[in-house]
Design a protein around this ligand. Structure first.
Ligand code: TNX
Length: 471
């Protein structure tokens, strides 16, 4: 019998026969499993289904959690009711970091939407939620030591859509919900570019907008007007804003911000952005990123940044998130090399594969296409994390799919962009390298089709891409 397992486990042995389950819905299979703690790899598990019942062995709670989700995916139904096929599965992730990023700055998304995203990503064995909390269009995090940032900086979204921000209780809810699903939250405060919204309450820290030809081109194509200091920006140009490296008090401000962010988010990483700072000169870029790195160091956390921060001086062990293409341009390859020499670790988010805001095809209503788009499900799947930039596999911390929300204002659109391509990222992050046994396109598209009914039952409005033989 074909198994719709996703991501595909390390070892699967099927046997003839099935265990009848006395349940009325597939997810009820979850509590039925017994869990025994054993030695083994972090987040790994063994799932045994035979005539005696279901047995789960795992080294930690996350492993047992993933075993139960694998079991839920195995459950089938026939005339006599629900059953689980006899299997012996041994499984553990290829990479320790398996992330999904949500941009809540370009469009605000509610706590309830974020909670549902956490639940659905966790089912696919993701363990990190990266929240892009600040950008030119908004500052979405209410801070006690700097309430003015969110008060003045979160009133709108792109296109003048409704704004919003997260208070302390919202953050606590998100962090707790993530933890209950074995996910950590990585907060991002983006700098030195993407900071127009900071200038709404702190004009003293904001450099004048730099209106490069590419900025003006985006204004021409998408509207939204030219950014005006002191006024909320509702267009989708990037690269025009910058913090002012020489501004008095900037370093102290960044320390206060990162200190409070660290208090709100207990995870190991603080993301300081560093991307697309096209309006910041190189010396200023390094100076400001250095300040942010010192601010993060003071919290005891590990700095994470987009890979352009290879041009700055991040400490050994810092995490660089690579967003270039699967085949890097020389410029991006060089930045990655510099990060490697500095002892960096990498999270791979190749934009032409797993930027979930790229259109699927020319007919996709929402989405952008700049990253070699449109991006078919097949293209989102057929790449391997170890074959993108030249780094040894042990320096690859993991993989992260990113959902930018310039064109994504509501939860239905979010779901249509995230599902099904999130499944491609799940396999890149968890399963063995591309080309091994089931980690290839034909197997994937059949298994993905098998997951469709479960997504439907869960009310997920996924894109029924014609590349997948949906049931
Ligand atoms: C690039 S690549 C961005 C974002 C945009 C996104 C849209 C990178 C780190 N930044 O600012 O939202 O493209 O696809």
């Amino acid at each position: 019998m074909p198994l719709a397992l996703l991501p595909w486990p390390a070892e699967v042995e099927t046997r003839p026969g099935a265990l009848r389950l006395d349940i009325t819905a597939p997810h009820e299979a979850l509590p039925l499993a017994q869990h025994r703690a054993v030695d083994g790899p972090p987040e790994g598990y063994r799932l045994l289904v035979d005539a005696h019942g279901v047995r789960i062995e795992a080294a930690d709670d996350a492993g047992a959690f993933y075993a139960r989700h694998t079991l839920a995916q195995l459950v089938g139904r026939d005339d006599e009711g629900f059953f689980a096929p006899f299997v012996d599965i041994r499984d553990a992730p290829r990479f320790a970091y398996r992330g999904i990023m949500l941009d809540v700055a370009r469009h605000f998304h509610s706590v309830a939407t974020i909670e549902r995203l956490i639940e659905r990503a966790a089912e696919l064995k993701f363990n990190a939620l990266h929240l892009h909390l600040t950008d030119d269009q908004a500052w979405r995090l209410a801070l006690e030591n700097h309430p003015e940032l969110a008060e003045r900086g979160s009133s709108t979204s792109i296109g003048g859509d409704p704004g919003g921000h997260y208070g302390r209780d919202d953050v606590r809810r998100i962090v707790a919900h993530a933890a209950a699903h074995h996910m950590t939250v990585v907060p991002e405060i983006d700098l030195p570019g993407h900071t127009h919204a900071v200038g709404l309450s702190h004009p003293e820290f904001a450099a004048d907008p730099v209106l490069t030809p590419s900025v003006l081109e985006v204004v021409e194509e998408f509207g939204g007007g030219i950014p005006v200091p002191g006024e909320p920006y509702t267009g989708l140009a990037v690269g025009f804003s910058s913090l002012e490296a020489g501004a008095a008090g900037l370093e102290g401000f960044l320390r206060e911000v990162f200190a409070e962010v660290a208090g709100l988010f207990p995870g190991p990483y603080l993301h300081l952005g560093g991307d697309e700072a096209l309006g910041t000169d190189r010396a200023d870029y390094r100076a400001i990123v250095d300040m942010a790195v010192r601010a993060v160091a003071a919290t005891g956390r590990t700095p994470a940044a987009w890979h352009e921060a290879g041009a700055a001086d991040l400490p050994e062990g810092a995490v660089y998130q690579y967003w270039g293409f699967v085949t890097p341009s020389e410029e991006h390859a060089e930045l990655a090399r510099r990060a490697l020499v500095r002892g960096g670790r990498f999270v791979l988010s190749p934009a032409d594969a797993i930027y979930l805001d790229m259109k699927y095809d020319a007919d996709t209503r929402a989405g952008l296409a700049w990253a070699n788009g449109p991006t078919s499900v097949r293209r989102s799947y057929e790449w391997d994390p170890a074959a993108v930039i030249e780094v040894p596999e042990e320096r690859i911390l993991g993989v992260e799919a990113a959902l930018w929300t310039e064109t994504i204002a509501d939860e239905e659109t979010l779901e249509r962009m995230v599902f099904p391509r999130i499944a491609s990222a799940a396999e890149a992050a968890w399963s063995r390298p591309l080309g091994s046994a089931e980690r290839e396109w034909e197997s994937f598209r059949a298994r993905l089709a098998g997951l469709g009914p479960a997504w439907e039952r869960a009310g997920i409005r996924f894109t029924r891409s014609p590349e997948i033989p949906w049931l």
